[in-house]
Design a protein around this ligand. Structure first.
Ligand code: HSE
Length: 404
């Protein structure tokens, strides 16, 4: 029998306990022995909860309990999660976490600590919720050089953009609904400003490159400036608007960004609605693949965490190598990346001035919107910015997604 301690009895921690206690038999079969929740760490009391007797308030009780072999961290935030996880790994206990903030900042260090102590630091749930993604990247796709990962990595904003686009509903209204459904972060800016997706693409970029990517280096835009008019234009272009987290390699340079982008109806990411996430991957051998599923929510996320617990149980005393060096990866300036840009401008700007600044463009019009809108040809982001700044009058710019 393997004993597990769960740190944090919030939505995900409670989900982990529920999964372990619901699928007892199948989990025991997969792990080779039963897995039991022995302790739960939380500052709160849970009167009436069937697991209330397992709850402790002091981490030292877990630290000193020699029967505990695996620790699950679902507290969120950097501290004290980092200290508890580091301590557990130093004791040779494998750790499974859903905490993307922790993984984005300390992933390389905690992987090295696990390696030094013959245990594992696993974080399947930190990106893409219930979608198997980290293990495929670190196991199944190791024959490839991954040249692009583009993901819809935030369920809350995908839910919001879907509802705004399809039902014409207001931003605040759909945000509230996503929060009620348990998708959203504690602070909604983390979702709507793109910070959550930024940490997730930082983790993925670190994994595919093998080097540390600091999330602060990734250009990040959220969805707060997206309007009903943008969706009307998108529809006219047979496209959707998705918050994409994109990481790619071109001519030996690494790029990454998070921003709302127009996605054409012929790309599989276009069809990803509601709370679903999807991660499009292009490898130099496997070509295009896509992972799809629920990227947020109690049980999908808990399912991924528990799969890491099972992996840890199967590998007691053995470290499975994940290559993520603490050496920093330099990201190329976005000014050098090439793309096309959908631009809305005041209608007083003449087509001659537009084409002099941006070169040839494709105009888009929508009934009842009295402005000039167009899609540029391929240009560097630096050239776009210079043209937009010199001409002025830009109401909105949304990048047009294309495969790199
Ligand atoms: N707030 C996150 C989301 C939760 O909406 O995707 C999962 O990381």
């Amino acid at each position: 029998m393997i004993n597990v301690a769960v740190l944090g009895y919030g939505t995900i921690g409670a989900g982990v306990v529920q999964v372990l206690q619901t699928n007892v038999e199948s989990i025991a079969k997969n792990a080779g022995q039963p897995i039991v929740v022995k302790r739960i760490l939380d500052l709160r009391e849970f009167p009436g909860d069937p697991n209330e007797k397992l709850v402790v308030h002091d981490y030292n009780i877990i630290k000193e309990d020699e029967d505990i072999q695996i620790v699950v961290e679902c507290m969120g935030g950097l501290n004290p999660a980092y200290t508890f996880v580091k301590t557990a790994l130093e004791q040779g206990r494998s750790v499974a976490t859903s905490n993307k903030e922790l993984v984005a900042k300390y992933g390389a260090e905690l992987i090295a600590t696990a390696r030094a102590n013959a245990c594992n630091f696993l974080f399947e749930a930190s990106v893409g919720g219930g979608i198997p993604l980290i293990r495929p990247l670190t196991s199944c796709l190791t024959a490839d050089v991954i040249q692009e990962i583009t993901g819809i990595l935030n369920g809350t904003t995908n839910y919001m953009l879907t509802k705004m686009g399809e039902e014409g509903r207001a931003f605040e209204d759909v945000l509230k609904e996503a929060q009620e459904r348990g998708y959203a972060e504690l602070h909604p800016e983390a979702d709507v400003e793109g910070y959550d997706a930024c940490r997730k693409i930082a983790i993925l970029t670190s994994l595919i490159s093998g080097y540390q990517v600091n999330f602060e280096d990734i250009h990040t835009e959220g969805i707060t400036h997206i309007t009903a008019e943008d969706f009307r234009y998108a529809k006219a272009m047979n496209s959707g608007i998705k918050l994409l987290a994109k990481s790619w390699k071109k001519d030996g340079n690494n790029y990454a960004m998070v921003a709302p982008m127009l996605v054409g109806h012929d790309h599989p990411l276009y069809a990803v609605r509601d709370v679903f996430n999807a991660i499009f991957v292009h490898g130099n051998m496997v070509d295009d693949i896509m992972f799809y599923g629920k990227g947020a929510g109690k049980l999908p996320t808990a399912s991924a965490v528990v799969s890491d617990v099972v992996e840890s149980a199967k590998a007691l005393g053995v470290n499975h190598r994940i290559f993520w060096s603490p050496e920093k990866l330099s990201l190329q300036s976005l000014a050098k990346c090439e793309g096309r840009y959908f631009v809305r401008m005041d209608k007083e700007v003449s087509p001659e001035d537009i084409e002099e600044s941006f070169g040839p463009v494709d105009y888009i019009s929508v009934d009842g919107i009295d402005e000039t809108a167009f899609v540029t040809g391929i240009m560097t982001e630096g050239s776009y910015r210079r043209a937009a700044a010199s001409l002025g009058h830009v109401i909105q710019m949304i990048r047009v997604y294309s495969k790199s």
